[in-house]
Write a protein that binds this ligand. Structure first.
Ligand code: BEZ
Length: 253
């Protein structure tokens, strides 16, 4: 499978809604001035900057060089590192993550690293795609691949767990879970599903000949229009979120 690559400029144009939808997660985090926060999967740093503006000492972390460069371009401190190999030791009062954990395919390793990064009593506040997220697109992409057997099976890079499944991940890592909820959030797209695919399904399209990638996008659009495109022409994606608050328990004396 090709690795997903990000273009920070296109993300700013077509992906700005991701940070807008994460604004209430920042409220849930309730930043305490001067506390140390890790923004896990910080992307271009839009919400990292919000955390800073609310008084946190914040570090962004992302696996994409392009996104880290964009975050640094805002004057933020940011490092490029896959979450499952970060190595902080009780460094942060909180770990925050919006719309990023579903890109990380080894949830147990990530949860263990987050746990390790938090001081005892520190909190993990996160939202990401849950079971059923973008099911329409996943199905249509798999169908388009199936019509081209020479491509092999559709390379699905996303991890969208159930609440039960992710609760178990957190428990295995040692977290105390305070809340977890599944939220159905139909999300209007600023442009169509074609632009969404070019931005978020780059892993499935980039290495294909241009005419084939274009053919797949056209087929997905045609298959999904009856379900996702309104009479006004606006596309609404079938987003489903998991939103959670967990803490690293205080050390026992
Ligand atoms: C999401 O935020 O749910 C998402 C984004 C890109 C690809 C798949 C899901």
């Amino acid at each position: 499978m090709a690795e997903q690559q990000w273009n920070a400029e296109i993300y700013r144009r077509d992906g700005a809604f991701v940070a807008r939808l994460g604004a209430s997660l920042v409220d849930l985090l309730a930043v305490v001035p001067d506390e140390r926060i890790l923004d896990l999967g910080c992307g271009d740093g839009t919400l990292t900057a919000t955390l800073r503006d609310r008084g946190a000492r914040v570090l962004g972390l992302d696996a994409s060089e392009a996104m880290v460069a964009a975050a640094r371009g805002r004057g933020l401190e940011a490092v490029c590192c896959p979450a499952d190999s970060m190595d902080f030791d009780a460094t942060f009062d909180a770990v925050f993550s919006n719309a990023a954990l579903h890109w990380m395919r080894d949830p147990d390793a990530v949860a263990a690293r987050v746990f390790q990064a938090l001081r005892p009593g520190g909190r993990f506040v996160a939202e990401f795609g849950g079971e059923g997220n973008v099911a329409s697109v996943r199905g249509a992409l798999a169908d388009a691949y199936a019509r081209r057997p020479e491509l092999g099976p559709y390379p699905d890079p996303w991890y969208f767990p159930s609440m039960t499944g992710y609760r178990a991940v957190l428990e295995r890592a040692g977290f105390a879970l305070h809340s977890i909820e599944r939220i159905e959030r139909p999300t209007p797209l600023p442009s169509g599903v074609g632009d969404w695919l070019r931005l978020f399904a780059d892993h499935a399209l980039r290495e294909l000949p241009v005419h084939m990638a274009g053919g797949i996008i056209a087929e997905v659009e045609e298959a999904l229009a009856p379900r996702l495109r309104g009479a006004d022409g606006i596309w609404t994606m079938d987003y489903v979120r998991l939103r959670l608050v967990a803490t690293r328990p205080e050390a026992r004396s």
